[in-house]
Design a protein around this ligand. Sequence first.
Ligand code: HEC
Length: 390
Amino acid sequence: MLDKGLFRIPLPWPPRDPAGRAISPEFDITVVSDPTGCNTDRVYGLKSSNPHISVFRRPRMAANMKYVEPERPLSLWHIRTGEVRPLDPATGHRLGGNVMSDGRAPTLIAQMVDASRTHMAMKGGLSPAQQTQVRKFLFQVYAAQVTDRAGGRLDTGGAYLGPRALRDGKPAVVGAYSARPMFPEIEGWVTQRIASSIKWIPLVKLPPFPATRAGEASEAPAQRAFRDSVARGYLSFMYRQFLIRNVADLNAFIGNPVKQTCAACHNMVQTGMDVAPGYLDLGTTTYPTATPAPDLPLFRIDCHKDTPPHPYLGREIYTTDPGRALITGRCADVGKVVIQQMRGLAARAPYFAGGSAQDLRAVVNFYDTRFRIGYTQDEITDLVNFMGAL
Ligand code: HEC
């Protein structure tokens, strides 16, 4: 809690379906090491009379919900995996799967009902009227960074970032799948001078940019330098291609490896979540790609012979958090985690579900190693400045 801001999430083992019936899992799970003692505990652990697996995860932002659970379904939702998402009986809309880090609650209402009964020990949970009120409240809360030490105010002028941009924006898919910019406000910071100064060669045609940006003449030198760097970092995030490999379930559907950009996975306007629904095994909690975390439990997953293996990790997997597999019981889901929204990042290190990246530089370094991108130090700084302004 003190070092990484992680919360213990106890999940029943075997997993249960929404009706509470036990699912027969495709794998056995063994506790290899248990530094917190929760998984081997006689009352709370895996071998207790009420078996649970405890994993440790970062809390997610409780703001900008318009993007997390959009009112209208986004067209992409079943393109990638072919998975037909369930319909929300209350609204008739297709459900996105972005609400929690393992997608276990299909809607905000389902999440709050569960939380009111378990964490808050409310008898009977929230009433339907209270659920609607809480949901309405959540949809009015917008949070984003408003100022930067070097960059100055980010929420003023013609191209403002900050919570207003989120309030005024509409959920939509970006980048890799359409020509839409992820942060139109930052794209407004890009000038032709900046675009032509980038060292990597864009394999996609960049849109034409103006000679100067609005308000540029009145920027102080430090502010101007920072905004230029943010703009370069943004271009890199949107358009710099590298080979993405062995990510379940991305590469199975669009090629392995596939030449794409950060925005291939982070593809929701204004928040950078994945709309399709957002769980992927990027390798932040599964070995060999996970950053070693001796403070977290380590599990061994042994997938049964008659079930489909994890496409890249096979049948014997070591992980600090099996992610979505703890909900579905599927071997192929081991390590899948739902992408967080990329807002207020500078205020809430560490990053990734298990807090394995201590700062934004560590996030970029993870990708640089994972996908052998070969960023220069300047490129890393630009990406860090870009993500630190959201
Ligand atoms: C193959 C898909 C994919 C690509 C490409 C990708 N990401 Fe991610 N990203 C993810 C997933 C999945 C997570 C969630 C992992 C977790 O929480 O452990 C994530 C998480 C993050 C986070 C952490 C957010 C938080 O609040 O903890 C940041 C920041 C981030 N990515 C930045 C980037 C940058 C920069 C790039 C390009 C260099 C990039 N991503 C490319 C899939 C991807």
